[in-house]
Design a protein around this ligand. Sequence first.
Ligand code: ZN
Length: 344
Amino acid sequence: MLAIIHHKDYRKYDLGEDHPLIGDKPERTVQFFKERSIFSHVDLFTPRRATEEEISNVHDKDYIQLVKTLSQTGGMLALDTPAPKGIYEIAALACGGSILAAEKLYEDYDYSMNTLGGFHHASARSSSGFCFFNDIAIAIEHIRDKRRIKRFLIIDLDVHHANGTQDIYYSDPSVLNISFHQDGRTLYPGSGFIHEIGEGEGKGFTVNMPFLPGTGNDSYFYAFEELVPFFIKEFKPEMVIYQSGVDTHNSDPLAQINLTLPFYFIIAREIKNLVDKSCKRLAILLGGGYNSLSSIKAYYNIAAAIVDKEQIMEGEIKDPNLEETKRRVRELKKILRPYWNFKR
Ligand SMILES: [Zn+2]
């Protein structure tokens, strides 16, 4: 059963009229799900705000104070990230949503979905990329404390590199962070190269797979199948968090990856199958997506795969980069081989 976490105030996570992050997307997503009767298969829950103590498990006190101050006055957190008044409360609410999504996996739900989450550019002391607090890490730390979990797997398929999450867990072997993204030489935040694999005890527990602009479904399927089932089998996560950004869609205005709607259905079904065979705990955080209607359809396909409903179709776009992707996967495995027992 799928638990969907949503709050009507999520619409207040709105960074301004000309900003690509559009506040009403979560609400419209839920509306779209309702129109297509996803909710006959789903239970809906309303989150509380994450407490300052929960946020401070991940973020420095000074940084939290900065967000609080900006939240009172309005201002800019970073060049691309305006801080509207009241943003502290809404960012904390989104974090509470991801905490609740993780908690629901200890009740009657194998799958959960937070309609506003996946703020993977926020690191402990700073942030940009429309993110304030890293709800992924805040949920992980909450569950780690409360449920004594030792191994978390993050599958981050948002088109942007998960640099904040990577910073937070770079030397931590209990969180395996796999990020698929458009090559950092061509897109914000300019990081996530395959040689970034963690440090100290965390070496081998950061996995970055960058794709060239113009890459399509074939490359993503190939890289996913080569990497993700292997890591689930070898790492044996006790919880899987899927940051399901859909700014990889061909219509997205911020990036140049050419995935189509069926990709999101097939990959969500694959993640579900892998989780069903392992830890049976999958939290989905609906990350970035900046063409609202395509984003909502892509989110729908993810939910449809989880509850076994029909997907929305779209014609395929040819992938010119499969050979380069294969080369990169080979190179990535070579770099990771001292830490992981790849058979080929
Ligand atoms: Zn993104």
